[in-house]
Structure formats: structure tokens, C-alpha cells
Design a protein. Structure first.
Length: 314
């Protein structure tokens, strides 16, 4: 059944029936607005838009995968502030000819990704559109902590990363070349794996700055550098690169560090910590902060791409 056949309220009913409630949800879908607990007294909020053909392709990703990707892009931003995600609001603009089952799969993916960090989809909106577009707003709770901003890095700090990097970019390249293997890299593009708990953990450890690496490590760490008025150096030797990534890069005649340093969509968290901080196992030191400006790689300027720009031809 197409969405045009089921109608707007039929579509909404199908989606709502697939949603779960999170622990912060007082009132979910069904009224003019949702009610979500904010025990801290402050609400962390972030929003992101995914447009078909720009951020995802339905011949590359199934609807459940797209749901995971759409939720993850926002939930990671909440974690990067040192907060715990609590709720998602989703606006869905779809062609009337789209199969209702696709929208249901999207709802399943959104729900499943939100559940990974205890959040839930609590409301949203639908509209007809010639271009499939998914707009997600995420809410979070600081739990009594101060937000970890981008502007607190200090010379002498260490730079650390939590989560995998370069995998999704490698998967994107593989798919764009018409291949479907190695499966590990393709699946990394289709469905990110994010350590949401690492954000609040970093805040408790005294992180001085933090960011979600969504558009490329060099570009996003560059935001920390600019906001904090410091220089940051990244060490390539700090990264564990799987054999599949090295072998794929060799087969395609590419430098795998372009994926690691400039690739997006993995959504790891990058943070700076005071020197001497004992990092948990899910964080690894990848660089250092110093007086100056800009981001270098192994103490040298990087001449390759920096990352994703929505308004350039990528």
C-alpha cells in the first residue's frame, strides 16, 4: 500500500504503533505536543536533516538502516555535549507513491537506535514532498553536569577519540564504485555504531572540549581548534586500521588515511582532556593540543581533503 492510499493519518497510525516509550517520556505521540522529563532543569537540543540523494540512497540502504542513520546523527550531537539523549522528534516528508512499509521500516530503525541510549521517538510531523526528507530533533539531559563545549581546549591537553573512524567513509567509497564488499565497511556506512555513553563519561572525566565527528576528523577537530584558539596535532600512528580497510584502499588505489582523517558518518566523539587524565578503554589518545592555530597531522600541514561540506560538490 502506498502512502497516498493509506493517507496521512493512516501513515501516522502505522508509525506510532511501532514506537516505544523511553524512561524520560511522560506523554508521547497523540496530543499536540509531547512531554519529556528534564530532571536537570535544562534541555540539550539538536536537529539534523537527511535528504535522499544527498545523505542517503535507498538502493544502498534499507529503511531500517536509514532510520538508524537519521537517529544516530542527532543522538551523537547530544552525547557530544556530555548529555544523555532522552527523546527524538521526527518530521517526515515523503513522496505519496512511497510504500507505507518503507516508512514503517524507517520507524523501526529510529526506534531501535534511540533505544540504544534509553531515548524514544515522542512525536513529529508528516508531509507530502517530491523529495524524501527526514528531519530529526534530539533532546537530552545533562544530569547536573555542565555542557562540554568546543571552546575549552588548552595547550598541554591531550586529544582522544571514542568510536571507530574511517569505516563508513570506506563503505561509501565502495558503494559509490558499484561494489558491495567488504561487508564490514559497507555495513559501517549503512548503520553507524556509536558509544553514546562516552559523552557523559568524558564530561565526568573533565573533558575540556568535545565534538561529534560527523563530517571528517580534520574538519571537526578544526572546529575545536578555532573555538578554543589553539593548535591541535593528530598522530596517524594512533589509529588501528583494519586489514579490510588497507586492502580495499590498495585495490582502489587510494590512501586509507583519507577515510580516517577526512571521512564522515561514523560519529565517534573527539574530546580534549587535561594531560595525565586516565582514559577508559573506550577512549584512545590520538593527538595533542598546543599554542597556535589550526590542525596538523604528524606535525605537518595536511594537503588532502578535510571533510564533508553540504554546499560543495563532494
Amino acid at each position: 500500500m502506498s502512502i497516498a492510499e493509506s493517507g496521512e493519518f493512516g501513515l501516522i497510525g502505522r508509525i506510532v504503533s511501532r514506537l516505544d516509550s523511553g524512561t524520560a517520556t511522560i506523554l508521547g505521540p497523540g496530543d499536540d505536543a509531547a512531554v519529556v522529563r528534564a530532571a536537570d532543569g535544562r534541555v540539550v537540543a539538536s536537529t539534523d536533516v537527511l535528504v535522499e540523494g544527498r545523505h542517503f540512497r535507498r538502493d544502498w540502504c534499507g529503511p531500517i538502516d536509514v532510520g538508524h542513520r537519521a537517529a544516530a546523527a542527532n543522538l551523537a550531537d547530544i552525547a557530544a555535549m556530555g548529555a544523555t539523549p532522552t527523546a527524538l522528534l521526527v518530521a517526515l516528508c515523503v513522496p505519496p507513491t512511497l510504500d507505507s512499509a518503507w516508512a514503517e521500516g524507517l520507524a523501526d530503525g529510529l526506534t531501535a537506535e534511540a533505544a540504544l541510549c534509553g531515548a524514544a521517538v515522542v512525536g513529529g510531523d508528516t508531509s507530502s514532498s517530491p523529495t524524501l526528507t527526514i528531519a530529526v530533533t534530539a533532546l537530552g539531559d545533562l544530569g547536573g553536569r555542565e555542557p562540554v563545549r568546543r571552546n575549552g581546549a588548552q595547550p598541554g591537553d591531550i586529544l582522544a577519540l571514542s568510536g571507530r573512524i574511517g569505516y563508513a567513509a570506506a563503505g561509501y567509497t565502495i558503494l559509490s564504485r558499484g561494489f558491495r564488499t567488504p561487508k564490514m565497511l559497507v555495513e559501517a556506512y549503512r548503520r553507524p555504531e556509536i558509544r553514546y555513553a562516552a559523552g557523559p563519561e568524558a564530561a565526568r572525566l573533565g573533558a575540556t572540549s568535545m565534538i561529534d565527528v560527523s563530517d571528517g576528523l580534520l574538519q571537526d577537530v578544526g572546529h575545536l581548534s578555532t573555538a578554543s584558539l589553539v593548535g591541535i596535532d593528530i598522530r596517524t600512528a594512533a589509529f588501528d586500521m583494519p586489514d579490510q580497510m588497507r586492502d580495499t584502499a590498495t585495490a582502489l588505489g587510494l590512501d586509507p588515511y583519507q577515510w580516517v582523517l577526512a571521512g564522515g558518518d561514523d560519529h565517534p566523539l573527539a574530546a580534549t582532556f587535561p594531560a595525565g587524565t586516565r582514559l577508559p578503554a573506550d577512549w584512545r589518545e590520538i593527538g595533542s593540543v598546543h599554542d597556535g592555530s589550526g590542525v596538523t597531522v604528524d606535525r605537518k600541514p595536511w594537503s588532502g581533503p578535510l571533510g564533508w561540506d553540504h554546499f560543495k560538490v563532494n
